[in-house]
Design a protein around this ligand. Structure first.
Ligand code: XMP
Length: 507
């Protein structure tokens, strides 16, 4: 196990993912949080930070104490903090270095830069630079603009520093450098694999759950499906899955997802509550109100079903690591822009013990585990789909008729993406029904019908996103197909807004 101490860098999660990609387990904790050192802990990585080590309230830890116990790798701010701690000189450089730089290796025999090209592209993002290293420290690499791009020293344990960000994609050999640290310096055994995770997790679940029963809400999404499959592997049909049709799912989704669960051998009950949802959504055009209604009804329906099963003590959830990482806030509390996670109120209200088998996995790891478990690609490689479903893609009031219209248009669009192989190239896609009617002409008739907007984005985590540059011919075909086949829609537009300033969903 490796610990990453977070000083608030935007890249900290990327460090964790790079470590996990080398099949080594790691966790992120805020730099100020105490932690235990046991025989499983093999090394420490110090992250970057938006602070300067010379700021008065710069976050700090005692690097010297750490190095007495374990090998340490400092990245960017972490490297500067290390250099400064031992008496080096870190100052604002005359020019900020941001973006690609060429690292020139000065010591190719050291185990950290072993196998790295003599000149290697790295990603820089710093205002301060290490101008002088402390006594006893050795320069391992430079760039044209800075005298120290990588350094080492041998204290009680090896101590390394990198001024650049090896975790960022543009550091072309960065992953190898991280792997060198993990394997050559910390002696990690690289056995954190999906298969290992599954065996380990199933054993742990058996221990946690014993002979009790677990209830779980399934959504057809990747996380809840993988979590349920793991729990089912541990306790079989004592896992009771509930899948609610809230009336704002995609076309045929309810039946298709239930069929797949059946194939997987999961014990899942489908509840068609769509009429109830339509009834309560009536007359409520506000996005946040719609989210709240859907969230509340979902809990009510779920709870009613839970009450029918005797002796439920545990609640399964598909929580993943990015939801639980404690972040170091450098800009004060963040503002709620949209209230996501519509099932947020579930556990507290129900007083059930939580079972969260994916709590320490990133999304890409959840997918790898899902594949290893034999879950079909139509579930594993699905685009994300919001909990409030099509309700936040029908701007304004939601009615059953509008849902039907949007389901048809969305179905044509998503199928076309799949048929042309474009589905896998975008992060998320969907159609939005606008509250706008416009004039058209079909045959000799004048039409006055709705407009649908198509949305497709590329993204890594949904936090930022670019609109996808789908081919014009493809858009033309989809537009034709929708207008010719969906009565009630006579105009199709394509959304070319990125996030920020727009968001992915329109509401
Ligand atoms: P935005 O629209 O904020 O969306 O750019 C980012 C990602 O979050 C999804 N999303 C939601 N998911 N409940 C959810 O479970 C919600 O209320 C919700 N709103 C947005 C959105 O689909 C995208 O993947």
């Amino acid at each position: 196990r490796i610990l990453i101490l977070d000083f608030g860098s935007q890249y900290t999660q990327l460090i964790a993912r790079a470590v996990r990609e080398a099949n080594v387990y790691c966790e992120i904790i805020p730099y100020s949080k105490p932690f235990e050192i046991d025989s499983n802990l093999k090394g420490i990585i110090l992250s970057g930070s938006p602070f300067s080590v010379n700021d008065q309230n710069a976050p700090a830890i005692s690097v010297k104490d750490l190095v007495k116990k374990l090998p340490v790798l400092g990245i960017c701010y972490g490297a500067q903090l290390t250099a400064k701690t031992y008496g080096g000189r870190v100052e604002k450089s005359s020019k900020r270095e941001y973006g690609r730089a060429s690292m020139i290796v000065q010591n190719e025999t050291d185990v950290l830069l072993k196998g790295i090209s003599p000149k290697s592209q790295v990603w820089m993002s710093h205002g301060d630079s290490i101008l002088e290293l402390p006594e006893g420290f050795e320069v391992l690499a430079t760039t044209e603009s800075i005298p120290v791009a990588a350094f080492k020293c041998n204290e009680e344990n090896p101590l390394y520093g990198l001024q650049f960000h090896p975790e960022v994609y543009h550091s072309t050999e960065g992953k190898q450098i991280i792997k060198n640290f993990l394997v050559n310096i910390c002696g990690c055994s690289q056995d954190w694999t999906p298969a290992h995770f599954i065996t380990d997790t199933v054993a742990r679940l058996k221990e946690q759950i014993g002979n009790r029963k677990v209830i779980m809400a399934l959504s057809g999404g990747v996380d809840s499906t993988v979590a349920a499959t793991l729990i089912h592997k541990a306790i079989g049909d004592r896992l009771h899955g509930i899948f609610v049709d809230n009336g704002v799912l995609r076309k045929n989704e309810f039946q298709e997802v239930l069929d797949t669960y059946k194939q997987l051998g999961l014990n899942v009950k489908g509840i068609d509550a769509s009429k109830l949802f339509y009834k309560e959504l009536k007359g409520n055009p506000e996005p946040e109100a719609k989210r709240k209604i859907i969230g509340r009804l979902f809990i009510e329906v779920f709870q009613e079903e839970a009450n029918k099963i005797e002796g439920i003590e545990l609640l399964g959830q598909g929580t993943i690591y990015p939801d639980v990482i404690e972040s170091v806030s450098v800009h004060g509390p963040s503002v709620t822009i949209k209230s996501h996670h519509n099932v947020g109120g579930l556990p507290e209200k129900m007083h059930l013990e939580l079972v969260e088998p994916l709590r320490y996995l990133f999304k890409d790891e959840v997918r790898k585990v899902g594949r290893e478990l034999g879950i079909p690609s139509n579930l594993i490689d699905r685009h994300p789909f919001p909990g409030p479903g099509l309700a936040i893609r029908i701007l304004g009031e939601v009615t059953e008729e509008k849902v039907k219209l949007l389901q048809e248009a969305d179905h044509i669009y998503i199928n076309a993406l799949k048929e042309t192989g474009l589905y896998a190239t975008v992060w998320q896609a969907g159609a939005i029904l606008l509250p706008v009617k416009s004039v058209g002409v079909m045959g000799d008739e004048r039409t006055y019908e709705y407009t649908v907007a198509l949305r497709a984005v590329t993204s890594v985590d949904g936090m930022t996103a670019d609109w996808a540059h789908l081919p014009y011919d493809f858009l033309a075909d989809v537009s034709n197909a929708i207008i010719n086949n969906v009565r009630g829609i006579n105009r199709v537009v394509y959304d070319i807004s990125s996030k920020p300033p727009a968001t992915i969903e329109w509401e």
